[in-house]
Design a protein around this ligand. Sequence first.
Ligand code: PHE
Length: 446
Amino acid sequence: MNDKFSKIGFILAVAGSAVGLGNAWKFPTLVGTNGGSAFIILYLLLTFLVSFVIFLGEISIGKLSGKDPVNAYKMLAPKNAKFWSLAGFCIVGSVLIFSFYSVIMGWILKYCVSSVYYLPTTVDESGAVFSALLTSDLGVILFYYTVSVLLTFWIVSKGIVGGIERLNVWMMPALFIFLVIMLLFSFSMSGFSESAKFMLKPDFSALNKDSVLAALGLAFFTLSLGVGTIITYAASLPDKTDILKSSLSIVFINILIGVMMGLIVFTFIFEFGADPKEQGPGLVFISLATLFSKLGIVGNIFAVMFFVSLFFAALTSAVSMIEPSALYLINTFKMSRKKALSVILAFVYIMGVLCIFSYQATTSEYLTFFGKSFFDCVDYFTSNILMPISGILIAIFVGYIMNKSSLEELFIPYTGEIGFKIWYILLRTVAPLAVAIIMINQIFFS
Ligand code: PHE
């Protein structure tokens, strides 16, 4: 038997997995470049028509089996169990995501520490500092990377309740409080109203085909779909939990934190006249780091709080990337948790170091494949190939293979008959088709 989360522990742990770097910089950038709230509306629509539908599919696989993804598929498939258990190896995806995610956690941790005493004052200086970290300060990045990895594994080694639930139960509220404090502070700045307008005013003319693809990709990544995380957490879902209400709360928290992050980031960008279209790491590690310096000592406090919040968001996601494989090794090979984690640690540590080396000036040429660094290859392979294929398999498995009456028994008490029917139809039609379309588009037409 697995440990079971408490009801609130489950919501916070899944929300903790969902809220991560995807919300912190993908969400704000995409909202900024795709017509503000027009993009948010599109994102909500796709979340409910596709990702939330698959999310509930993963919940049903986890809850009805009580097992890790590989053994869950095996147990629930009425026939061809061997074939379906292959779909459970999507857990490799979460370990691969961890390989580069933990490197970014290392960058964030370094910024938490250095922001205490130093903030770059110009964008050029800031760019130089960030690029030195990526391309030449090997010792520094290895140090912070190692600390981030060990911290994640230490938490997972304490198990579902003593490690993952405990972490999320205090870290998620702490993250929320930090964000509220930062938001209140942003509110007092003149850039806030422009930021709010930029984020919230819908401009439907800015939406195009790429916005749809980006929104769907984001909705998938931020809900941690297709890599076994939700299946694994749902295996520890306590009985008699209102699945619909809990899942909706998780989606709500996920969107709320994305919007809060966006408002904070863009207040600074507008207050100091930086470029709101700057993307991803550049936005956070270069633009923002410089803008904080304009506030003197308050800026240092703000910067530390901001990077600590990012680190919290990332850490609660990181633990959810390791647990699926750990549970698989424990269930299948009867390994102890410590032993299972040592095996995974050895693998991800090497992968992460390769990601780091693929950005270092002296080694990058040996770690570039198809014109992409090893780091970017792992990101591309997991987000654009593995996650969508696994999403389609989940929809087909739950929609066509699994026993329908067990699904009805699980969901109808919370969704009602009509809610169940709508979900089931979406799961069998719109959801897998939509994911197949994005995937084909992303691979062949971008
Ligand atoms: N949802 C996390 C984020 O937005 C990423 C993640 C993906 C976490 C897959 C777990 C599994 O950053």
